[in-house]
Design a protein around this ligand. Structure first.
Ligand code: GLU
Length: 305
C-alpha cells in the first residue's frame, strides 16, 4: 500500500493554516493515487474534545480518508515493542541530562548547534547506576551519522542534523520523532506532507525510518517529503489561535461559510476555488489541475478575509 496522511495534534481547534496543510496533504495523496489517512497525535498535547472537533472540521472542508483515524494513545504496546527491539539491537542508551545540562554542553566550542552533545553516550554501567537514583532516564538513539540528506518536493535536497535524539522521554512517553516514524511505517505511509516548520526533523526521521524498516517490513518504501509553506499572521509569525478569527467556527460567525473558506484556501495555493460550490466539489476540481510544481514557495500572510 502507499499512502499519504495528515497527523494533527489535538491541542485545540484547527486554524486555517492547519486546514490548508491538510488540504495540500490530501491533494498530494489523491493526485498520486495514494490512500489518505488521518492520525491523531495525542501523546503530548491533547485537549478534551479537540480530536472530535478537528475530525469534524476536516470532514466539513470536504476531505475524505480511507480508514478509521489512528490514535497514538491507543498504541502503547506498539511503541513498547519497538523500544524493546531497538534496545536489543543496542541502538538506544539512557540519558540523564536536564535541559540545562544540554544547553550548557551545547554552548561549548565545537558543539554542533541544535544537536545533542552526546554527554550520556559513553557512560559506564556504574555511572548509570548512580544517575538512575537521581532522575529517570530518557532513551536516546545511538546514531551513527551526524547529518543526512533528504529529498523534498518543494525544498529540493535538504541536508540536516541527525543527532542522538530522544526516542522515549524520561516520563515514559514516546517522543514525537519516534512515534511519528513508527506509525508512518506501520500505516504504510510513504508520502509525508506537512508544514515546513518540520523540515529540520526530516533527516532524523528518515534515518530512524531506515533503522526501523527491516524490523517490520524490509520492503518498506522510501519516504517522500513535501514540506509546505506555513500561514503567517500580520507580524509574519506562524499563525496561532490568538490571531483572531482563524478557525472555521470563528469565520462562520463573521459570515464566511465553509465553502468560502475552502475557496480562499485553494486560491492561496494557486488553485481554483469557487465559493458557490460545495467544499468537496471544489476539492475535486482542484485535484484535476493540481501540480506540486506551481505551489507557492513563500508563506501566506493571512490578515483577514
Ligand atoms: N503532529 C504534528 C503537529 O501537529 C505533525 C506531525 C507530522 O506531520 O509529522 O505538529
Amino acid at each position: 500500500m502507499s499512502a499519504g496522511r495528515y497527523a494533527p495534534s489535538p491541542s485545540g481547534e484547527l486554524h486555517i493554516g492547519n486546514l490548508r496543510t491538510a488540504i495540500l496533504a490530501w491533494l498530494f495523496a489523491r493526485s498520486t493515487h495514494r490512500s489518505f489517512l488521518l492520525r491523531v497525535e495525542d501523546l503530548d498535547r491533547a485537549r478534551a474534545g479537540s480530536e472530535e472537533q478537528q475530525i469534524a472540521d476536516l470532514a466539513r472542508i470536504g476531505l475524505t480518508w480511507d480508514e478509521e483515524p489512528l490514535r497514538q494513545t491507543d498504541r502503547g504496546d506498539v511503541y513498547r515493542d519497538a523500544i524493546t527491539t531497538l534496545t536489543a539491537r543496542g541502538l538506544l542508551y539512557e540519558c540523564f541530562c536536564t535541559r540545562r545540562d544540554i544547553a550548557e554542553a551545547s554552548s561549548a566550542p565545537h558543539a554542533a548547534p541544535g544537536a545533542y552533545p552526546g554527554t550520556c553516550r559513553n557512560l559506564s554501567e556504574s555511572e548509570r547506576v548512580i544517575k538512575r537514583r537521581e532522575r529517570p532516564a530518557a532513551l536516546r538513539l545511538h546514531s551513527s551519522v551526524t547529518e543526512l540528506s533528504v529529498t523534498d518536493q518543494i525544498h529540493g535536497t535538504y541536508v540536516g542534523i541527525v543527532d542522538d535524539f530522544v526516542v522515549l522521554r524520561n516520563d515514559g512517553v514516546p517522543a514525537y520523532n519516534f512515534a511519528t516514524v513508527l506509525d508512518d511505517l506501520l500505516q504504510g505511509i510513504d508520502q509525508v506532507v506537512r508544514g515546513d516548520d518540520l523540515l529540520s526533523s526530516a533527516p532524523r526521521q528518515s534515518y530512524l525510518h531506515s533503522l526501523l524498516a527491516p524490523d517490520y517490513d524490509a520492503a518498506a518504501p522510501a519516504l517522500t517529503y513535501a514540506h509546505v509553506p506555513l500561514v503567517l499572521n500580520s507580524r509574519e509569525q506562524r499563525l496561532a489561535k490568538r490571531d483572531g478569527a482563524v478557525t472555521l467556527a470563528d469565520l462562520e460567525l463573521l459570515g464566511f461559510g465553509t465553502s468560502e473558506v475552502v475557496a480562499r484556501l485553494l486560491q492561496s495555493v494557486n488553485l481554483p476555488g469557487d465559493p458557490g460550490r460545495e467544499p468537496s466539489a471544489q476539492l475535486q476540481a482542484a485535484l484535476r489541475v493540481f501540480d506540486p510544481d506551481v505551489l507557492p514557495r513563500e508563506p501566506w500572510v493571512f490578515t483577514e478575509f
